[in-house]
Design a protein around this ligand. Structure first.
Ligand code: ACM
Length: 552
């Protein structure tokens, strides 16, 4: 285990702004009940890059309108999303009007020439005065992220589906914000246990609150194949018919998958589909006898061992399979990435592994996509431009780390998912009723307190494309269980991916994180109430009307 040391604390760098943002030590415990005033500007997760508080607050009232530029679909969409969030709890009409940016109210402005241009593809500026809240951005994604910041600056009861008392006040000042990394992902393993389209959409909405921009779906493994492939129909129909524990499993039709992609895109997340190869393939080997070297189909598997299956590297059928599966998935996937797995291929010789990857990576490129692979791909020959997803931890050998670092120096990109930090399926404590612990126990601080930029020694910081929080589901089969493992750690990985290193500070973070608790209560998210976080006491008598969920 390694504690990263960070440079001068944020206060020295950004002064009073972050002093206010860093409410970790004082206010949050009392704020929910007593409500002394609006949340300090910047008291959100992930921490914004720059916060300049000042001036009078803005209050959303029954007369508030949301103003968007005429004829701009992206702004109208962001405005409609914001109004849709706030109408049930405030009880206000909040009409979205395309009257441009003039006039009082909440104003969404796209600006690709002036100050907006400097905000990049996902940045935004949030300016709050007594007269208006103005969110400006170069692109729709930036407006959407700005809306998430505004949402977190409102009281937690704004998340309620039942009308709540006001006031709905936002602190005055200016937030200027843009992400540290362009890739901020969360992975859901829908292979070990299947999750429905609606369950995935619910998770996407939760990811959006923390400015994630990639949803990685682990679509195939030993226990299940979860995506329809027209040219190989038994993969889903038979390979998808079970899951860990022997339940009925399931799979996404192409329309189901398109619906996930569409919903994710509406929240500015890109779907990254993964077909894990050449190991983790028992569901495929069970579905088609000809994929096996001995021509004999394997039985379906519902246990939790790893490393026992392999595609037959010597057979041409294997490459017809890879070509067809990758081709169909590429057509369905608008995003730039296709993840080909490559982890734990313990039943494939190193030479076969490299030969397989040499043949399959060009297939991905031919279908117009960029390869992502688990970091074992560094042991073969990563294609130019490939991204390696590092999932090592304290006990990962020096030689393995060095191979990944060398690949990064040679041009591979890195996605950081260290298992003892970012794996959402690791138990928090020895008493956590769900999850695994092969990488150790991962409490909230352990998950937050590291630096993706300097994590892999000898890898250039510039190779780091971003971070990802994977959630493996050997022990997880419901949304309530998923949420208990994801929250609060999901928020911390989001902050590592978004916020500048200068803002990194556990004391600040735990205070801002604590303020998320009532929000999750209102959203019906059954999170782990870590003793490391000063959660506020629920305010008596407040009926949040959350979509109630029982504890796992
Ligand atoms: C992995 O956890 N096998 C990527």
């Amino acid at each position: 285990m390694r504690r990263t040391s960070f440079g001068p604390r944020c206060l020295a760098l950004t002064g009073a702004a972050l002093l206010l943002a860093a409410g970790g030590t004082a206010a949050p415990a009392a704020s929910a009940a007593a409500e002394p005033g609006p949340a300090p500007l910047g008291h959100v997760v992930p921490a914004p890059a720059s916060v300049r508080p000042g001036g009078d607050p803005y209050e959303i009232t029954a007369r508030t309108v949301v103003r968007v530029p005429p004829g701009n679909r992206e702004a109208a969409r962001a405005g409609g999303y914001l109004a849709g969030l706030l109408r049930p709890s405030t009880g206000y009409r909040l009409p979205v009007v395309d009257s441009g940016a003039a006039g009082p109210g909440i104003r969404l402005v796209l600006d690709d020439e002036g100050a907006g241009a400097a905000l990049g593809a996902e940045g935004y500026r949030l300016s709050v005065t007594a007269r208006s809240v103005t969110i400006s951005a170069r692109e729709g994604a930036g407006l959407f992220h700005g809306v998430q910041t505004l949402r977190q600056l409102l009281p937690a009861r704004a998340e309620s589906t039942v009308r709540q008392p006001g006031p709905w006040t936002v602190a005055g000042g200016v937030v200027t914000d843009a992400p540290r990394y362009g890739y901020r992902g969360a992975m859901l393993d829908v292979a070990r246990h299947f999750f429905t389209v609606d369950q995935v959409k619910r998770y996407v909405d939760q990811l959006a609150l923390y400015k994630y921009n990639a949803l990685h779906l682990h679509l195939s493994d030993d226990q299940g194949w979860r995506i329809a492939v027209g040219s190989w129909p038994r993969l889903a129909a038979y390979g998808g018919s079970t899951q860990v524990g022997g339940g009925p499993g399931g799979f996404y039709s192409k329309d189901d998958y398109r619906e996930i992609v569409r919903h994710a895109a509406s929240r500015y997340l890109t779907v990254v589909p993964e077909i894990d190869m050449p190991g983790h393939t028992n569901a495929a080997l069970a579905s088609y006898a000809r994929l096996n070297c001995d021509g004999v189909a394997r039985p379906l598997y519902t246990g939790t061992e790893v490393g026992f299956s392999s595609l037959c590297v010597a057979k041409q059928d294997t490459y017809e399979f890879a070509e067809d599966v990758i081709g169909e998935l590429a057509v369905l996937t608008p995003g730039p990435y296709l993840h080909i797995g490559g982890d734990e291929a313990h039943s494939t010789s190193p030479a076969d592994y490299a030969a397989f990857m040499d043949r399959v990576q060009p297939v991905v490129a031919r279908h117009g996509k960029t390869v992502i692979g688990w970091h074992q791909l560094a042991g073969a020959r990563p294609a130019p431009g490939a991204l390696l997803q590092y999932w090592g931890y304290g006990r990962t050998g020096a030689a393995e780390r060095a191979r990944v670092a060398a690949a990064a120096r040679a041009g591979a990109g890195l996605i950081l998912s260290p298992a003892d930090r970012a794996y959402l399926d690791m138990k928090y404590t020895k008493d956590t009723p769900l999850g695994l612990q092969w990488a150790g126990l991962v409490e909230v601080r352990q998950s937050y307190d590291w630096d993706p930029g300097g994590y892999l020694t000898d890898a250039p910081a510039s190779a780091v494309a971003g971070v990802e929080a994977p959630l493996w589901t050997e022990t997880i089969s419901t949304s309530a269980q998923l949420e208990y493992m994801a929250f609060p750690r999901l928020a911390g990985i989001a902050e590592l991916g978004w916020s500048p290193p200068a803002t990194h500070d556990w004391a600040s973070y735990r205070g801002r994180l604590a303020a998320q608790g009532p929000r999750w209560d209102a959203l019906g998210i059954a999170y782990y109430r870590s003793p490391q976080v000063p959660w506020p006491h629920p305010s008596p008598g407040l009926r949040l009307g959350g979509k109630g969920r029982s504890r796992p």
